[in-house]
Design a protein around this ligand. Structure first.
Ligand SMILES: [Zn+2]
Length: 660
C-alpha cells in the first residue's frame, strides 16, 4: 500500500515538475499545427479546394436466425472526388476482428466486453470474390483490411462500381453487435457488418488503421439502399427509412405509426401483449424482406427480433431554412426492459429520444434525418446514423440514450476520425450530454463526475487525451477521451471564455464541418477564429499534454503583530503545476465583507507568482481562498486556502463557508 502510494506520488510529481517557474511563457507558445492550405484554411474552416470521397452501397442481406449466419450480396459505387488518380482501393473488413489470429484478438488486455472472447471461434468474413461486372478483382487480406487491385486506375471525378458477396457467423460474444435470447425470442444487432471502402483523404491518403476493437470508425458519407430478409415473425429497424411498410407491417401498425408521427406523446405500435401473436405480423408464409433507404450517412446498422415491443412519437424540428419537419422517434425493446416502457414516470425511452433530438437540434444544429430509433439488445451503448443500441433493462436508459443520440452530432454529422481522435466524438458528446441531461431534469449543468475523474488522473496514471483509443493505457479511455475532454470544454465555456463566446464558436465549428471531416487542428483553429481568443495554451495543456493544475495561495501581514491593528496584508497566488488557468481569489473579513479578485490566464505568461496588497481598514481577514467554488481540477487543494488562527475554538476551517 505504501509502495503504491509512493509510486503514485512519484508519477504525480514527475508531471508537476515540468512547470518551470523561470520559463512561464512556454505554456503560451504557439501550437505547431499543419501548414494551412486551400483544403483546410488557417481559420479552421474547410477551404474552396475541400474535397471528400463518396461511397454508395446497395446491400441485399439474408439472416438465417437459427444458424445465426448472415449472407449478403453488395454493390458499391465509389466516387473519386479527389484530385488524385487511385491505382488501388483499401477496404475495411471489420468482421475479421473475430478471427482467432486477428490483431485485436491477440492484443486485447482482458477488459470490457472482449473479456468473454472465445479464442476457438473462427469468425470473420467469407468473401468468395470481388468483381467489377464480369471481371474478377485481385484482393489481398491483411487482418481487418484488404487491398483491391483495379483493372485500370480511377481518375479524378470518375465513378467505379464493384460487387462482392460476403457471409459471416454472429460472434458468440459482444463487440458492438451480437445476438441475445430473451423471454419472447431472440434479438440480433448488426454493426460494422459489411465490408466498406476506407476513407481516402487529404491528410493521410488511405486511412488504413486496422480495427483492433477500441477505435470506432472513420468512414465516407454515402447513400444506402439495404434490403434485409428475416423470418416473418421478426421486426427490423435500421439506419434508414422503411420503403415498403405495406409488405412488412400490418394495416393496424401502419395506422398507429401515422398517429405517432403527429403525436408528441408516445403511441404503442406493437404492445407487449401482441408480441408472439401471429395477428401482429402480415399473413402469409416464408420470410419477409425489409427495404431501407438512408441518405447521406456514414454507415448503416440494424437490429431484428421477434421479441420487440415497439412505440413511437413525433417531434418537430426546424431545418436550416427555418421550415418545420417531423422526426419520428421510436423504441424497440423486449418485455423485460421495463424501464423503457412509456409508463415509467419520466416517459421512458421514446421520450428520452424525443428530448435529445429536440435539445441538440436547438443547441447545435438541426437533426438532419427523418427518424431516430433506440433499440434494447445485447449492446450496452453504441451509436449509428438514425439508430442507437442501448443496454439496461430495469435501470433507466436515460443517460445512455441521450449520449448515443447525441453522437448524431459527433461523429454522424461532424464526421471525425474516431480511430485516431476518440476525444472529438466521445468527449464532445459527453460535454453536450451534460447540458441535455440538465435540461431534461430541470437542473444546473453538473460536471462533478468529469472533474473527479480528471483529478484522479492528476494523482495517478495518465497520458495525453490526444492518443489513439487503441493505444490507451488500460482503463483510461473513459476518464480521458470522454470525461476529461468534456470537463475541458466545460471549463473553456464557464471559466475561460464565458457561455456566449464559447457557444457561438462551438456552433460555428459544427456548421463549418457538418457533413465534412475536421482534424483536431481544424477544431483548434475554428475555436480561436470564432472566439477571437488565443487558446493555444489551453489546447496544448488539455489535449496534447498530460500536465496537472495546482493553484496555491499564501497570506502575509506587514506587521509581525497579527492583532486587529494590522493595517495591510499581501496575498500571493501561485500556479505550480504545468497547467495554467484563470485564478479567482475570495477574501472574507470578520465584518462580513467579501473581496473577489480575478486573474485572467494571461497573468501566468510572464510569472508563476502574483501578489496583491489589501488595505484591511480595521477589519480582520478571516479567510482567503483561490478557486473558491472548486471549479478547477486542482491537484492539491490543501494549498488553496489561508485561514486566520481561530480566536476561540468555535470555528474550524472546515466549517467556513466555501464561497460568497
Ligand atoms: Zn459515446
Amino acid at each position: 500500500m505504501r509502495i503504491l502510494l509512493a509510486c503514485v506520488l512519484a508519477l504525480a510529481c514527475a508531471r508537476w515538475a515540468h512547470a518551470d517557474p523561470d520559463r512561464p511563457y512556454e505554456a503560451f507558445a504557439p501550437l505547431s499545427l499543419p501548414t494551412p492550405n486551400e483544403v483546410r484554411l488557417g481559420s479552421g474552416a474547410p477551404g474552396p479546394a475541400y474535397w471528400q470521397q463518396r461511397v454508395d452501397y446497395r446491400i441485399d442481406a439474408t439472416l438465417d436466425a437459427d444458424a445465426q449466419r448472415l449472407s449478403a450480396t453488395m454493390e458499391v459505387a465509389y466516387h473519386n472526388n479527389s484530385p488524385h488518380t487511385l491505382n488501388f482501393l483499401w477496404i475495411q473488413l471489420e468482421q475479421n476482428l473475430f478471427k482467432p489470429d486477428s490483431i485485436g484478438t491477440r492484443t486485447r488486455t482482458g477488459g470490457g466486453p472482449m473479456r468473454a472472447m472465445d479464442d476457438d471461434f473462427d469468425g470473420g468474413y467469407d468473401i468468395p470474390s470481388i468483381r467489377t461486372g464480369t471481371t474478377e478483382l485481385k484482393f489481398t487480406v491483411y487482418d481487418t483490411l484488404a487491398r483491391v487491385e483495379l483493372p485500370r486506375a480511377i481518375k479524378p471525378g470518375e465513378r467505379f462500381k464493384f460487387q462482392l458477396d460476403f457471409a459471416f457467423d454472429m460472434p458468440p460474444y459482444l463487440r458492438r453487435m451480437g445476438a441475445e435470447d430473451v423471454e419472447q425470442g431472440r434479438i440480433f444487432e448488426y454493426a460494422q457488418w459489411f465490408p466498406h471502402v476506407c476513407n481516402y483523404d487529404d491528410v493521410h491518403g488511405w486511412n488504413t488503421l486496422p480495427y483492433a476493437g477500441s477505435g470506432e470508425f472513420y468512414t465516407n458519407f454515402g447513400n444506402y439502399e439495404v434490403h434485409i430478409t428475416v423470418p416473418r415473425t421478426y421486426l427490423v429497424a435500421g439506419s434508414g427509412v422503411l420503403q415498403n411498410p405495406r409488405e412488412v407491417l400490418t394495416p393496424l401498425q401502419r395506422q398507429r405509426l401515422e398517429e405517432a408521427r403527429k403525436s408528441r406523446e408516445t403511441v404503442m405500435i406493437r404492445t407487449a401483449e401482441e408480441v408472439g401473436d401471429p395477428a401482429s405480423r402480415p399473413a402469409g408464409q416464408g420470410p419477409l424482406t425489409w427495404k431501407f433507404k438512408g441518405e447521406n450517412i456514414r454507415t448503416f446498422a440494424w437490429a431484428a427480433s421477434d421479441a420487440f415491443i415497439w412505440n413511437a412519437c413525433g417531434v418537430v424540428v426546424k431545418d436550416l431554412n427555418g421550415n418545420d419537419k417531423i422526426v419520428l422517434c421510436q423504441s424497440l425493446y423486449p418485455v423485460e426492459a421495463t424501464a423503457w416502457a412509456p409508463t415509467v414516470e419520466d416517459g421512458g425511452s421514446t421520450q428520452y429520444v424525443a428530448h435529445s433530438v429536440e435539445f441538440y437540434s436547438d443547441f447545435l444544429y438541426p437533426y438532419p434525418y427523418p427518424i431516430m430509433t433506440n433499440v434494447n439488445g445485447p449492446e450496452g451503448g453504441m451509436e449509428y446514423p438514425m439508430i442507437v443500441f442501448c443496454g439496461g433493462r430495469t435501470r433507466s436508459p436515460l443517460f445512455v440514450t441521450d449520449h448515443e443520440v447525441g453522437h448524431t452530432w459527433f461523429p454522424m454529422i461532424v464526421n471525425t476520425d474516431e480511430r485516431r481522435h476518440a476525444w472529438m466524438d466521445e468527449g464532445f458528446t459527453t460535454f453536450i450530454g451534460m447540458h441535455s441531461l440538465a435540461a431534461f431534469r430541470g437542473e444546473a449543468v453538473n460536471p462533478g463526475r468529469a472533474r473527479q475523474q480528471t483529478m484522479q488522473l492528476a494523482r495517478g496514471r495518465s497520458q495525453p487525451i490526444a492518443v489513439f483509443p487503441d493505444r490507451n493505457l488500460p482503463g483510461l479511455l473513459g476518464s480521458l477521451q470522454y470525461r476529461k475532454t468534456a470537463l475541458g470544454l466545460h471549463l473553456l465555456r464557464e471559466v475561460v471564455l464565458g457561455p456566449e463566446r464559447f457557444d457561438y464558436a462551438f456552433r460555428e465549428y459544427v456548421r463549418r464541418w457538418a457533413f465534412k471531416s475536421p482534424q483536431p487542428a481544424d477544431f483548434f483553429r475554428t475555436m480561436e477564429d470564432a472566439t477571437g481568443a488565443d487558446l493555444a495554451w489551453f489546447f496544448r495543456q488539455w489535449f496534447l499534454e498530460d500536465g496537472t493544475l495546482d493553484q496555491a495561495l499564501e497570506v502575509a501581514f506587514d506587521e509581525s503583530d497579527e492583532s486587529e491593528s494590522t493595517p495591510r496584508a499581501t496575498v500571493t497566488v501561485r500556479s505550480l503545476g504545468r497547467q495554467v488557468m484563470p485564478a479567482t481569489v475570495v477574501l472574507q473579513f470578520d465584518d462580513g465583507t467579501i473581496d473577489r479578485r480575478e486573474f485572467p490566464v494571461e497573468a501566468w505568461a510572464t510569472t508563476r507568482e502574483r501578489s496583491f496588497r489589501i488595505d484591511l481598514q480595521g477589519r480582520t481577514l478571516r479567510r482567503a481562498v483561490v478557486d473558491p467554488d472548486e471549479l478547477l481540477p486542482d491537484a492539491d487543494r490543501a494549498n488553496n486556502r489561508w485561514v486566520a488562527p481561530a480566536p476561540t475554538a468555535v470555528e474550524s476551517p472546515q466549517d467556513a463557508a466555501p464561497s460568497p
